[in-house]
Write a protein that binds this ligand. Sequence first.
Ligand SMILES: Nc1ncnc2c1ncn2[C@@H]1O[C@H](COP(=O)(O)OP(=O)(O)OP(=O)(O)O)[C@@H](O)[C@H]1O
Length: 554
Amino acid sequence: MAEMADLYDERWKETPGQESAPPEGLARIGQKPQTIARDESSNPYFRIISKDVREYHFIVPSEEVVELGEIFSIRDGRREAEITFLARITDILHDSNYDGNWDTVIRGDGFYDSDQIFCRVVAEPLGCVVRDEGGERFRKARTIPAKFSPAAKAGREELKFLADEEADVEVGLLRNGSEIVEGIPVALASFAMDHHMGVFATTGMGKSNFMKVFAASCMKKASSKESKFGLLIVDPHGEYILGNEGTKGLLHLARYRDGIVCYSTDPRHKKDPAVSELTVKKSEILPQDIEVLYAWTSAQREALEAISRVFFEEGWIEEFLTPEGAAKMIAEGFHEKTVGRIGRTIKTILDKNRYISDFTSSIPGIINSLLAGKVVLVDIPNLGERSELFLLSILSRAILERYRIESAEGARGKSCLITIEEAQRVLGGGEGSLARFESIAREGRKFGVGLCAITQQPKLIDKQLLSQFNTFVILGLADRNDRTRLEESAKQDLSSLDVEIQTLEKGEAIISTLKIPFPVPASIHLYEKYLERLNREGPSEGRGRMGGFNPPPD
Ligand SMILES: Nc1ncnc2c1ncn2[C@@H]1O[C@H](COP(=O)(O)OP(=O)(O)OP(=O)(O)O)[C@@H](O)[C@H]1O
């Protein structure tokens, strides 16, 4: 037989009067590990055997299934205060008490002693929960659990401290490995929302589902007048309002419909009294909003920048499009062709974005609803990416201006969170990025304006901008560079979660945010199920009166 490895010294000694199970050769799948029969204190499995303050090791029977990412609790009985260390599995290795190539040596039909082989589990310390007269609190661990301290998969009791009262926007349930820890919701803290949030996932991993769940929780809070921020969603795919392809939408949340305000360009929603027709007044458009839409030459850019000097703000569009307006620009030294190209683009925008009106605007109503802490959904299906960016540009400028003024006057309402889908388009840092969103990322929080950036490709988002984000919701991310970018920018250490993030299933997430002491594994609610639950919470408010489009509020 090959020599025992040094681990042998550390192993249990038999308690007198107790017999160890006889070696039986290779244990068969489904058979209980032999050592389980031994006295609890003599069992070497699930006990911390090494290694240091950065890494704990314990062994488990080869037949035992443990998973990467599972959180284990380790009871340390040495102290007066009750301390439970928590550690997350980062690796699982085959190991044994033998040296050399014992596992490939033929040894009659006995093979080898199954109780000498096992799996070694490597776990990263997360911290410890201390219970004393002062109650229960979590802190980082500055020491190592006592040798042979028992480790067990953490359950509801050990993890209940994660259900923080300040985290009030529910998005899912706590997950331990693949198992859901029933009764412990995972929620995001409202107060962190103007510190920006990022939702990252490869396509199909559940971004839209997450956003609907998040918005539904916001609607619930708004409906009960408890919300602390307004949420703006501009939806170019028409999927949030009533869902698509068998999924449900936000208006199906009848119970909390008064927590949402919808504006739409889609005539199909005309009959719904909860939906108003979207309009934007021509006078609300600035040259900067046109500038963000196209890759302009430097001459064209200069001309666009000069518009605010040459024309009055009100009515610049009409004036620019007249022969006199063009002549004014040419007199300023701009080439006829440059002026012509800008004029044609403006006409195209007016033509495509039929919601642009001479007289009415939804914008004041949108901002008032955000200040009141409601969810505002702007539904613009079939208008395309340019219209979405154009609208986002106008809206975010108006929001930022109003929030700036109200903050200066000390009279601001609730904070607000502006959602940007495919955020890499506008937060890339380089060409094509949008200065306005970058400035919201950098200084929006001063005025209570946060960004919720959703993207499949965080690697394309500027590193510095990303480091301004305090909440990361990470669903499965296949690309290594995407994961590296998040690791570089997250407030919490994500480096040991690389494999786990890679192996997340649909709807599984790792959430790193303020107030939760470590990146927490979550199972995001499936929207349709969450919807059923919320709608069951009380009597439906009904769909209200039926009629045409509401007059746009202003
Ligand atoms: N939390 C969840 N629980 C169970 N299934 C989910 C969950 N989230 C998403 N799914 C499943 O994954 C599918 C895709 O989800 P979703 O449309 O939200 O992904 P996505 O990342 O937004 O995709 P895309 O990038 O294509 O828009 C859903 O139809 C649903 O079946």
